[in-house]
Design a protein around this ligand. Structure first.
Ligand code: ATP
Ligand code: MG
Length: 351
């Protein structure tokens, strides 16, 4: 079986962590008997600074034929964040209808959480974030520029199709786990969009009588992610709320360097995209100490998505094993002093 994967290393530590996964790809594809062809695209902020765009005009056409996309990171100190987002990430997520963003938050054994009293094993939930509409619908405008009475409008768009899709995916996932869904809203202050969301959660939940539903306002949820993270199973949230909550999810589980994510095209018509939750980490670029595990775990999710679940499981357990071993090399974000390459080399022996 041949899988063709487009890799977009991107900016900052993106190329460092993508280069680090190549040998892991070679190992698992050999061991599990499939061929993985990684085709590299040097798109990102450097390209933007030279030519005014992060990817070519026909970039999406180029990517459309791949089985999946692996992305490193995008972001550059000289490029405004909204440019980065709107030139590469959002076009891919929206253009390929990657409506579901799946972000596991797992505290691995052997990893210390910054939350006092947590020393491994307890935190294990997955955030299902709506990924193509909501607050990131890119609708709005500015009026009366430069007259001291400017008005800026940023609209959020919630469709029944989009909302049902993410909510249903969350319930479906809960049936495979502990059967609990927590729906995040701000229904008390946003009486149109969020009340609509609540209604859809209620409709969909009727189809899943065995799944327990909890509703939380996003402010309370931010608190509870810190106060009682062990109680969550599947969390479902809109684009903006999911974005914010998943950073909390990443940091309470020890490091941004460990958090993977998947942007899933549900219909299978277009490629899905796998990427670490972290950004370009400009503060450590070029030091060779970026933690590659977020990207490697994203690759494990990619293998699962391609149907290579044995490879996905093998990578996942090699990482679990490495983190649980107090003698194994660790990058500085996890309190160690090892280089990216040492972590990868050690992981390969476990694979
Ligand atoms: P961007 O603008 O690209 O999102 P950022 O400034 O928001 O970048 P992040 O990349 O999200 O930064 O990183 C936040 C912090 O976490 C930084 O201090 C960074 O060094 C650290 N960090 C992120 N990813 C990793 C990693 N893979 N390994 C080690 N440290 C990391
Ligand atoms: Mg960031």
């Amino acid at each position: 079986m041949v899988h063709e994967v487009a890799s977009i290393p991107g900016d900052g530590i993106g190329p460092e962590v993508i280069d680090a996964v190549q040998p892991v790809f070679d190992d698992v594809s050999e061991r599990f008997g499939f061929h993985l062809e990684l085709v590299r695209y040097d798109w990102g902020s450097e390209r933007y600074l030279e030519s005014g765009s992060m990817m070519p005009d026909d970039g999406l056409d180029e990517l459309a034929g791949y089985d999946a996309i692996l992305l490193g990171a995008v972001g550059h100190p000289d490029v405004p964040d909204h440019v980065t987002l709107n030139n590469l990430l959002l076009p891919i997520r929206k253009g390929f209808d990657q409506a579901i963003c799946k972000r596991p938050a797992i505290l691995f054994d052997g990893v210390e959480s910054p939350l006092e009293g947590y020393n491994g094993g307890d935190i294990d939930f997955v955030v299902y974030r709506e990924n193509t509409e909501g607050e990131y619908a890119d609708m709005g405008g500015q009026e009366h520029p430069g007259h001291g009475h400017e008005v800026a409008v940023q609209s959020a768009v919630f469709t029944r199709t989009g909302t049902e899709r993410i909510v249903r995916a969350a319930f479906e996932a809960a049936t495979e786990r502990e059967g609990r869904v927590t729906s995040i809203t701000k229904s008390n202050a946003q009486a149109h969009s969020m009340v609509f969301w609540d209604q859809i959660v209620e409709d969909v939940s009727a189809e899943y009588p065995d799944v327990t539903v909890e509703r939380l306002l996003v402010d309370a949820a931010s608190m509870d992610f810190i106060r009682r993270p062990e109680e969550f199973d599947i969390v479902v949230a809109s684009n903006l709320f999911g974005d914010i909550l998943t950073d909390i999810g990443a940091i309470i589980t020890g490091s941004m360097g460990l958090a993977p994510s998947a942007n899933i095209n549900v219909s299978g018509e277009y490629p899905s995209m796998f990427e670490p939750v972290h950004g370009s980490a400009p503060d450590i670029v070029g030091d060779g100490v970026a933690n590659p595990l977020a990207t490697i775990l994203s690759a494990a999710m990619l293998f699962d998505h391609l149907g290579e679940t044995e490879a996905g499981d093998a990578v996942w357990s090699a990482v679990t094993d490495q983190l649980a071993d107090s003698d194994a090399p660790r990058t500085p974000d996890l309190g160690g002093s090892a280089a990216t390459a040492q972590v990868v080399a050690d992981l390969r022996t476990r694979l």
